[in-house]
Design a protein around this ligand. Structure first.
Ligand SMILES: [Zn+2]
Length: 363
């Protein structure tokens, strides 16, 4: 029954089908080769609940359901039947339980009930991505879109990462974090994977570097043990030296790239670039150091070119800042950092920014 429902709802030109995925319920499988960076699916949610900064409860889901037309209500009822069957027993709050298992949310803005996208399974090294729609914060015109991170072969299951936090966890911590939802059987989590120790080491390092750069660990949870690196080093040593930010972010970027997580790698290089570029602008670095900073900006653009445009919303800003830096520092070479910062932010704002950063770094 359920597969008939999805067969009816999937667009006619879709390059995938939804069928059973062993051990995971249903999953999406490519019916032909899908090229890297292409859009696999763009879905309008069945309904969207917009309650910024509030917790969505059962009553809200029931209200949203009641406001649907008869056809949409039928689809939601079919989803409830599918989830109930999968669960093996009746839910106490069937509408809410179904929403919980099929929603795409962008905290704190909205929760969207998606019928098709929610069939895609998780993988710790996914072949697709579901970037956040930066424009959609009002709840109207929200669409959930999936893009190929690399070429996907015919017959291959299409997967994406459900939770960025999991990228920073080694296998046993990840398993504990996921246990409320499912047991991941992707190749990275498979016990016979000979590369698992390397993957675990990379992810533990990523978590440590993230903690140093952000100044805080992942959100606290009972299953999160403190990695050895953090216990030994304490929180954010050297956090007031902008050169350290650059080092942590760029190391994290290279490690994420080696692990096969281009989205995360891009994010790290971009964050490193923007932090360091602010430090150059605020006169906290030597003028000649702009070249190192520029390298990270260029590296982020290089990784971005391998990703779908929707996954690299910061690329044009990075390119603009790079060209400003080049104009000021390279051709012709000048050492007036104030002028560079002034061009970007306006003189008064620069002074305030410099003072704020100095207060923060050297208080
Ligand atoms: Zn996995």
């Amino acid at each position: 029954m359920a597969s008939q429902l999805w067969a009816k709802l999937i667009p006619a030109n879709a390059a995938f089908e939804i069928r059973e995925s062993p051990g995971k319920g249903f999953g999406a499988f490519a019916t032909k080769k899908i090229a890297a960076r292409s859009c696999i699916l763009r879905e309008r949610p069945l309904f969207v609940i917009v309650m910024p900064w509030e917790v969505v409860g059962n009553d809200n889901v029931v209200d949203a359901y009641r406001s649907l037309g008869p056809q949409e209500q039928q689809i939601f009822q079919a989803m409830i039947a599918y989830e109930t069957e999968k669960n093996g027993s009746e839910f106490r709050f069937p509408e809410y339980a179904t929403m919980l298992r099929n929603k795409f949310s962008q905290p704190p803005c909205y929760e969207a009930m998606c019928v098709i996208s929610s069939r895609l399974n998780h993988a710790c090294l996914p072949n697709a991505a579901c970037p956040i729609d930066e424009e959609a914060d009002s709840g109207e015109n929200i669409s959930v879109a999936m893009f190929a991170l690399r070429d996907i072969a015919e017959g291959e299951e299409i997967t994406f990462n459900y939770n960025e936090d999991w990228a920073y966890m080694s296998t046993h911590i990840r398993r504990a974090a996921m246990r409320w939802a499912f047991e991941c059987s992707c190749p990275v989590c498979h016990p016979n994977n000979p590369l698992q120790p390397i993957s675990n080491m990379r992810r533990a390092l990523l978590r440590g570097l993230r903690c140093l750069a952000y100044g805080e660990d992942l959100p606290p949870c009972a299953y999160l043990e403190c990695p050895v690196t953090l216990r030994a080093m304490g929180p954010s040593p050297g956090g007031r030296n902008p050169r350290n930010w650059g080092m942590w972010y760029s190391l994290a970027g290279y490690i994420a790239e080696a692990e096969g997580l281009p989205e995360l790698s891009l994010k790290m290089f971009e964050r490193g670039f923007f932090h360091m570029q602010t430090a150059v602008g605020a006169n906290l670095l030597e003028a000649h150091e702009w070249r190192t900073v520029a390298q990270w900006g260029e590296k982020s653009l290089e990784i971005g070119r391998t990703l779908p445009p929707e996954c690299r919303s910061q690329a044009s800003l990075v390119a603009t800042q790079l060209s400003i830096m080049e104009t000021l520092f390279y051709d012709p070479p000048v050492d007036n950092i104030e002028r560079f910062a002034g061009m970007i932010q306006g003189a008064k704002l620069v002074e305030e920014t410099q003072n704020a950063i100095r207060d923060f770094l050297f208080r």
